[in-house]
Ligand binder design. Structure first.
Ligand SMILES: Cc1ncc(COP(=O)(O)O)c(C=O)c1O
Length: 300
């Protein structure tokens, strides 16, 4: 076994206090237990193995991409394990913890204008990759079907088996939308009655790192607008407070988008009619660990 065999097959955790308060069982995939610490290990692994199997990622090439942080950390871990150099473009305001983890795995990082957010990093990485195709393997996580297929073939089946097919609602936020798109698509095939709901920040200027406000951003090519039944809007303030609640009442030290997802699940549970609550089962995603944000002020 090598470190990359540890990607996926994460436990499904019961959010006891949130479930008790709403009267609906709410569970969450512990994605912070992946080897580089986030859900993005799944997509990065699938895109890299796909590149190798298609013969476009060959010995000596450098993996290049834009990422708000976690995909870069996943590429850096996988590059180190598989013997590829890694070059990551990210907004300069990404957390120092994330930048340092990438560097410690041996990756090179290029910082882009924070005012242009992840879209600026995306355009810069694309320009460099397209100018030197002989040097780089460019997975392009925003437009690579191997991203969402990691969740279609992995995450969704795990959730189906771990809930014995009893899941009624799947809800999570979207960065590239790979997690939401792949998981929702497959769950709907397994049971068309499963509700699939996307969590969205309630404004374009938000503090929920890793997630995007779809009305004001570049839309990934594999995003299917028919998959979210509706957008569950969450505020940054409530996402922060749910992140603190997970740490203080569930014993789960998770990141901000995990707080946003759990807040979304909490709001969704309150909308389920009383007579349906007992037979409902909500699943969401704990994308990464709180240790990635340990110096953030919101903990206070
Ligand atoms: C912390 C965090 N949460 C959520 C997401 C969204 O995941 P996806 O790109 O699969 O939509 C990301 C993506 O980078 C992330 O880093």
């Amino acid at each position: 076994m090598t470190v990359i065999d540890l990607v996926g097959n994460t436990p499904l955790i019961h959010l006891s206090s949130v479930s008790q308060e709403t009267g609906v069982p709410i569970f969450a995939k512990a994605e912070f237990l992946n080897p580089s610490g986030s859900v993005k290990d799944r997509a990065a692994k699938n895109m890299i193995l796909d590149g190798i199997s298609r013969g476009v990622l060959t010995k000596g090439k450098t993996i290049i991409d834009a990422t708000s942080g976690n995909t870069g950390i996943a590429y850096a871990m996988l590059g180190s394990a598989l013997g590829f150099k890694v070059k990551i473009y990210l907004p300069a305001n990404a957390s120092i913890e994330r930048k340092n983890i990438m560097k410690h795995y041996g990756a090179e990082i290029v910082e882009t204008d924070p005012l242009e957010s992840s879209d600026g990093a995306y355009l810069a990485a694309k320009e460099e990759a397209e100018a030197h195709p002989e040097t780089y393997f460019y997975p392009d996580q925003y437009n690579n079907p191997a991203n969402y297929l990691a969740h279609y073939n992995g995450m969704a089946n795990e959730i189906w088996e771990q809930t014995n097919g009893k899941i009624t609602h799947f809800i999570c936020s979207m960065g590239t939308s790979g997690t939401f798109t792949g998981t929702s698509k497959k769950l709907k095939e397994l049971n068309p009655n499963i509700h699939t709901i996307a969590v969205q920040p309630d404004s374009p200027m938000h503090g929920i790192e890793g997630t995007k406000h779809y009305a004001s951003t570049i839309i990934p090519c594999f995003y299917d607008a028919n998959l979210p039944e509706y957008f569950e809007l969450v505020s940054t303030k409530n996402s922060y407070s749910m992140t603190r609640r997970l740490a203080k009442t569930e014993g789960i030290y998770a990141g901000i988008s995990s707080g946003a997802n759990s807040q979304g699940a909490f709001q969704l549970a309150q909308k389920i009619p009383e007579n349906e609550k007992k037979n409902s089962l909500i699943v969401t995603i704990l994308c990464d660990s709180g240790s990635r944000y340990v110096s953030d002020e919101f903990w206070g």
